[in-house]
Write a new protein. Structure first.
Length: 335
């Protein structure tokens, strides 16, 4: 039986652990593969997707694999032209600027490379290791599409929301519908769990989040029937609303204290998180102290999965990540 799937039932004695961005640039094996390919080539080749997805399971001994894809894989199949700049991240050549841009878009038909890669991954993974699929939450994806890439102030997004409220809702609904299709495609190919990444939902006030984001997030978790996790970055002010999202687990960032947050204590959902990723640069003694604090705080939750507050950075030493896995697995839970 999968340790992480046992955690969804609250029946695990050992705490499961996996990491966001665990199949990434901090792994020497990944860097070797990357030497001969562009990111776009890696994302589109089923064999490479399968190879990279499986790397951290062997190297780190984590309890789940997460699909090697990009948060913008979906919009690439909806009519957006997206490239990946090594220095600046994703660049959208045809960002969504005006309501007339709807005529350039189309609904998702297929993602052939993932439909081929997912069975290959499952054939390579040990039987007790499930594959986690994922998608970007609609608002997070929308931010990239309107800004034309990454942003620090989200000026274009806020302006669009204010000046085009009906079109904003239409775009959110379009992205939500296609996110459901995308996740169900991954499900039919063989993922066992999915996580919805909402990297930018935390830039909104609670009242805006509840009005503009939450109904769409709820719809996704209603319509994709798999064990589910909702990750929201910068979420401390949104925990109460986040708890209404209808996922099985809430994955929280470092802005939330697991030991003192009263809403999490009362929640019926499982909790995932939330070691601050910056601590992976700390000395071993400090790192161990911080990991053990989170594990102690997690004892109050019937269902719990260990993870980071965000993804692993490219220059993090592999040995630090391995140390965290060993520490987490060394602590037993009382059922």
């Amino acid at each position: 039986m999968s340790l992480i799937l046992e955690a969804f039932k609250g029946k695990n004695k050992t705490i499961p652990v996996w990491f966001m961005r665990q199949a990434g640039r901090f792994l020497p094996q990944y860097r070797e593969i990357r030497k001969n390919h562009t990111l776009d080539e890696m994302f589109r080749d089923p064999a490479t997707v399968a190879q990279v997805t499986c790397l951290p399971v062997d190297t780190l001994k984590v309890d789940a694999a997460i699909l090697f894809a990009d948060i913008l894989t979906l919009p690439m199949h909806l009519g957006f032209k997206i490239t990946f700049d090594p220095q600046h991240g994703p660049v959208i050549a045809n960002p969504f600027i005006a309501p007339s841009d709807f005529k350039k878009l189309h609904d998702l038909d297929d993602v052939p490379h993932l439909r081929k890669a997912i069975p290959m991954i499952n054939e390579s993974l040990p039987g007790h290791i499930p594959l986690i699929g994922f998608a970007g939450a609609p608002f997070t994806v929308l931010c990239y599409l309107i800004e034309g890439g990454s942003s620090t102030n989200f000026r274009k997004v806020f302006k669009f929301m204010a000046e085009n409220p009906k079109e904003f809702y239409r775009l959110m609904n379009f992205l939500t519908t296609n996110t459901i299709t995308y996740l169900n495609l991954q499900k039919s190919a063989g993922i066992r769990i999915f996580q919805l990444f909402d990297s930018w939902g935390g830039i909104l006030r609670k009242e805006d989040y509840e009005q503009y984001l939450l109904p769409h997030v709820q719809r996704i978790f209603n319509e994709v029937d798999l064990p589910s996790i909702y990750y929201l970055k910068n979420c401390a002010h949104l925990i109460e609303a986040m708890d209404l999202c209808r996922s099985d687990f809430l994955s929280v960032c470092e802005t939330v204290d697991l030991g003192t947050n009263s809403i999490l204590k009362k929640s019926k959902k499982g909790i995932q998180g939330n070691l601050f990723q910056g601590l992976l640069y700390a000395d071993d003694k400090t790192l161990e102290k911080e990991v053990r604090k989170i594990l102690k705080d997690s004892k109050q939750f019937k269902k719990y999965i260990f993870n980071l507050s965000h993804g692993i950075q490219p220059d993090v030493p592999v040995e630090k990540v391995k140390l965290v896995v060993e520490l987490v697995h060394s602590v037993k839970r009382s059922l």
